[in-house]
Design a protein around this ligand. Structure first.
Ligand code: GUN
Length: 294
């Protein structure tokens, strides 16, 4: 069994990005600028955004954190997004989700200029992804593809079972894994809450990508000998022994599943660090203006 070390790979990629940024700046180019919009004070969102800002520093990007109170109206928020759409200094930006209940997330996402949508959530980016055109790929699926590539994991013709059908992970990773690319070219099955025989389907998988947000869902009896297991779960499970009172817990029962696997990602330190680094990669691409005809 080989552990997939997302922490080490992400550190390496940040160095690669930082080097490229310095080359761009040395040649008289513009330092990439990522803006992050944070509404309210959700604990998880605060922590994610703080990590993103820190990663920007490590990559040599300029970053701006733009905070709004919980009670900002949808119209006001969209007006602020328009401002970022039109700000030539901002290459890309994200609106951290979830948003307060009175704001329609989809309306907000669709108000972002798709050419600055480094989260890859805008329908234009999602649509382009599904037909294999250049686009911003959402960060977690992009990070998983990068891990498969860097570990030279053979996906062609393999049976890949995706657990979960979220817009952010399940659907885009299924699209990417079935694309005629390397990695990719897999036969993909997507399982979700209405799938009756998940265990049986998982047992036929060469690659399992678990992204349902259900701690410990994947157990040893669901995993074929030699399978590749990618754990996307990041649920905060209450834990009296940890300093902050919770433990980040994946969708896979790591201790019992790991001995069966050819490769497996740990939680934390697997997919998580790759997600942030993929956002950095998207920001670099946004700065270079290489994806779309601008
Ligand atoms: N909330 C949870 N994950 C994400 C993400 O990747 N991007 C944004 N904007 N919000 C999130």
């Amino acid at each position: 069994m080989q552990l997939i070390d997302g922490k080490a790979i992400s550190a390496q990629i940040k160095l690669e990005i930082a080097q490229e940024v310095e080359n761009i700046v040395a040649a008289g180019g513009k330092r990439p600028h990522l803006a992050a919009v944070l509404v309210g004070h959700d604990g998880g969102s605060e922590s994610y955004v703080a990590h993103k800002v820190k990663a920007c520093e490590q990559c040599g990007f300029k970053s701006s954190l733009i905070r709004f109170d919980e009670d900002i109206t949808e119209e006001e928020l969209i007006a602020q997004i328009e401002r970022l759409n039109n700000d030539d200094d901002v290459d890309g930006f994200i609106v951290q989700l979830p948003l307060p209940r009175h704001i329609k997330e989809q309306r907000v996402i669709e108000s972002i200029d798709y050419r600055k949508d480094v989260d890859g959530f805008h329908p234009i980016n999602v649509g382009r992804l599904s037909i294999g055109l250049p686009c911003f790929v959402s960060a977690t699926p992009a990070g998983i593809m990068e891990l498969l590539a860097r570990y030279n994991i053979d996906t062609r013709g393999k049976h890949c079972v995706v657990l979960g059908r979220s817009n952010i992970v399940g659907k885009p990773i299924a699209s990417l894994m079935m694309q005629k690319t390397n990695p990719g070219n897999a036969t993909v099955t997507v399982c979700h809450s209405a799938t009756p025989n998940i265990k049986e389907i998982c047992r036929t998988a060469d690659i399992i990508i678990a992204a349902m947000g259900s701690p410990g869902f994947v157990t040893a009896d669901m995993v074929k000998q030699g399978a590749v297991v990618i754990d996307v779960g990041t649920t905060r499970v209450p834990n009296a022994e940890s300093k902050n009172g919770w433990k980040l817990t994946g969708d896979v029962c790591f201790d019992e599943v790991a001995p069966l696997c050819s490769y497996i990602t740990p939680v934390p330190g697997g997919v998580g660090p790759m997600t942030i680094v993929s956002l950095m990669r998207n920001t670099l691409l946004a700065g270079k203006k290489v994806i779309f005809d601008y």
